[in-house]
Ligand binder design. Sequence first.
Ligand SMILES: Nc1ncnc2c1ncn2[C@@H]1O[C@H](COP(=O)(O)OP(=O)(O)OP(=O)(O)O)[C@@H](O)[C@H]1O
Length: 247
Amino acid sequence: MDYAIYTENLTKKFGEFIAVNNVSLKIKQGSIYGLLGSNGSGKSTTIRMLCGILKPTSGKIYLWQNENITDELKLKIGYMSQKFSLYPSLTIKENIKFYANLYGLNEDLLNIRMQEIMKMAGIVDKKDYLVSQLSGGWKQRLALGCAIIHKPKLLFLDEPTSGADPKARKIFWQIIEDLIKQNITVIVTTHFMEEAELCHKIGFLHAGKLLIEDTPLNIKKSVADENTSLNKVFALLVKQKAVNNDA
Ligand SMILES: Nc1ncnc2c1ncn2[C@@H]1O[C@H](COP(=O)(O)OP(=O)(O)OP(=O)(O)O)[C@@H](O)[C@H]1O
């Protein structure tokens, strides 16, 4: 099986503290993978290692079967953090141009991508607005556009919808589903279980460990039954783990 991402016993320690503990993931190209877990469970640290920002303490990461995350591979990755790396005092156009320059897009390509991104974000008529004038939903879609200006094959979204209203979240997920149709692989962290349900596969992290990885339906069936909510399923898994640790 050709995976976009495959990890073996990925571990990250900060001093003596183990933030990510022997995590082995398998993520197919062209799929949406949800990384779930409570605050501090190790989601962002895992993502940072997968995009080559943070060096693992031990374990292996393969991106499209390559063991080293080279600069060439990094060009195939897009990353959107929960803080949206946008410049509020610049216009939409200027923000897009800034990211286009970072990735070395020429003027012609920049103009094409600018139109595509503004269309995708629903901000074609707002290109000269300052980012500070935009609502949360528009900012979020613009940040997504900037993260994919270079057409990455792999896109990391770290809590992209936190702070967005339900309507904006719905539009955002429609865009993600369109990206998947273009064979992009999306790894997303979220606290919203209705978003987790939209992922092809989810991995549930707890205290740095991957407790389970499968489709939302299979996870529900294996832990409880298909009518149980994911929130409840994860609570059960954490409880089971605590019991096993005590035993
Ligand atoms: N640079 C660092 N130095 C020390 N500890 C860190 C560092 N980065 C993260 N941690 C710790 O590692 C643990 C996992 O953090 P991480 O940010 O990966 O969690 P998370 O699941 O993304 O949480 P959240 O949902 O709050 O973003 C936390 O206890 C955090 O305090």
